[in-house]
Write a protein that binds this ligand. Structure first.
Ligand code: C2E
Ligand code: MG
Ligand code: MG
Ligand code: MG
Length: 290
């Protein structure tokens, strides 16, 4: 197609393709080094009760600060890590570090007994048969009960319950960890996976939250999806909540848990502890599930 538009276009097309490939290879090399040189860190974003803003948990989100280029978004480097076979190493690092952190927060009283940590896992990690064994050993090591851990995955991994990843999910659920569908509503799979897999909750994608209070359609979609999820006994978490209007609509619909910049972005562990300890710890300890 580029060729039919003339030789000039062909050259530009090739040059930009070449540039893109080069950028990708450079990032892959830099990412390998970042893993070895410990440039990757974990940030924690509060997951709160919509009505009160009191945290009930946190999502662990990986952060990469490149020595020359500064912060690089996980939306950019996670797909590269997946293609390059590096996602296992990154996943291990995030899981180990965040579970260690949760264990410490539980011991020093930063968080209450029911506070939970939500960790993203990608499809590739779930093909590792050893994962349930590794997770259960890490929970023991850090004194974290399985119910205080949620694993977030996209619906694309929920295809065949008899596949390796299907079995891994059942074993993880048997340990007692929660299993959440991330970016719920953006995939194209049949909803039947909700009854074929031991899913415990859904995270409503930000694309459905943005228009709340301004678009009747969005309000009705969230209302219907929430009603269905609660009817199936699932927990519901609204992602990407940025405004009070969105929060008020969520509260009116009955969504009890939310996450978003309205309450706070992902921050380093120390900042999370000082901010949320001071503001939320008292109510955290006495918090009863709503
Ligand atoms: P996600 O799991 O859906 O995480 C939510 C993303 O939304 C995060 O982006 C978070 O910083 C951002 N966010 C939170 N609140 C708001 C808000 O109010 N407004 C807006 N516009 N954005 C908000 P982040 O940290 O850049 O991560 C992007 C994606 O990268 C994640 O989406 C997840 O799919 C992936 N990712 C991040 N950390 C990990 C990890 O440790 N392992 C794996 N496998 N994937 C990860
Ligand atoms: Mg997530
Ligand atoms: Mg999400
Ligand atoms: Mg998302």
């Amino acid at each position: 197609r580029a060729k039919s538009e003339g030789p000039g276009h062909t050259t530009i097309f090739d040059a930009s393709m070449h540039e893109e490939v080069r950028e990708r290879i450079e990032l892959e090399v830099a990412l390998r080094r970042a893993i070895d040189e410990r440039q990757l860190h974990v940030a924690y974003q509060p997951i709160v009760r919509v009505r009160t803003g009191v945290p009930v948990g946190a999502e662990a989100l990986v952060r990469w600060v490149h020595p020359e280029r500064g912060a690089i978004s996980p939306a950019v480097f996670i797909p590269i890590a997946e293609d390059a076979g590096l996602i296992g190493a990154i996943g291990d690092l995030v899981r180990r570090e965040s579970l260690r952190q949760l264990g410490q927060w539980r011991r020093d009283g930063t968080v209450g007994d029911d506070f939970y940590l939500s960790i993203n896992v990608s499809a590739r990690q779930l093909t590792d048969r050893e994962l349930p064994l590794i997770v259960s050993a890490e929970l023991l090591e850090h004194g974290v009960p399985a119910r205080c851990v949620a694993l977030e995955m996209t619906e694309s991994v929920l295809v065949d319950p008899d596949s390796t990843s299907g079995r891994v999910l059942f074993e993880l659920r048997e340990l007692g960890v929660q299993l959440l569908i991330d970016d719920f509503g953006t995939g194209f799979s049949s909803l039947s996976y909700l009854r074929r897999f031991p899913v415990t909750g859904v995270k409503l994608d930000r694309s459905f939250i943005t228009g709340l209070g301004q678009s009747t359609e969005d309000d009705e979609i969230v209302r219907a999806v929430t009603a269905m999820s609660y009817a199936l006994g699932l927990t519901v978490i609204a992602e990407g909540v940025e405004t009070r209007l969105q929060r008020d609509v969520l509260d009116a619909i009955g969504v009890t848990r939310g996450q978003g910049w309205l309450w706070g972005p992902a921050v380093p562990a120390a900042e999370f502890a000082s901010h949320w300890h001071v503001d939320g710890a008292a109510s955290l300890h006495s918090s009863l599930e709503s």
